[in-house]
Ligand binder design. Structure first.
Ligand SMILES: Cc1cc2nc3c(=O)[nH]c(=O)nc-3n(C[C@H](O)[C@H](O)[C@H](O)COP(=O)(O)O)c2cc1C
Length: 100
């Protein structure tokens, strides 16, 4: 087997998807009253445009925060710190549906 033939047969195929890593995460807060304030950890966030200034967060429909943001039409993107690492992880694995 020649080296070139071996290289060709080693080709791996991936399903479509982006591979932009690593991704820093943010804590997105939402809600319009203390009873429904919520925080979701989000990695899919960034800049859409600088003029006009626009940013985005991608939140899956099944997230509790999705309903809140769609209803209130607002959210806050909070940068995290090393001290908040545990809280950031926690808000990424626990839903406001089940925990306050
Ligand atoms: C590191 C990390 C990044 C995440 N990024 C996203 C994201 O970009 N979009 C999203 O919908 N969920 C993301 N999640 C999952 C949500 O944070 C998680 O499902 C959370 O519990 C949803 O909370 P909620 O149901 O109160 O809205 C991420 C979780 C982790 C741990």
């Amino acid at each position: 087997m020649t080296g070139f033939f071996y290289f060709c047969t080693m080709k791996k195929t991936f399903k479509p998807g982006n591979m932009i890593y690593p991704l820093p995460v943010v804590m997105v807060s939402c809600g319009d009253s203390p009873e429904n304030y919520n925080i979701i950890t989000v990695a899919w966030t960034g800049t859409v445009c600088s003029d006009p200034p626009m940013c985005y967060v991608s939140v899956r429909k099944e997230r509790h925060s999705h309903d809140i943001i769609m209803r209130t039409k607002e959210f806050v993107i909070n940068l995290t710190t090393e001290n908040l690492a545990k809280a950031t992880d926690w808000c990424g694995v626990r839903s406001g549906r089940d925990y306050n």
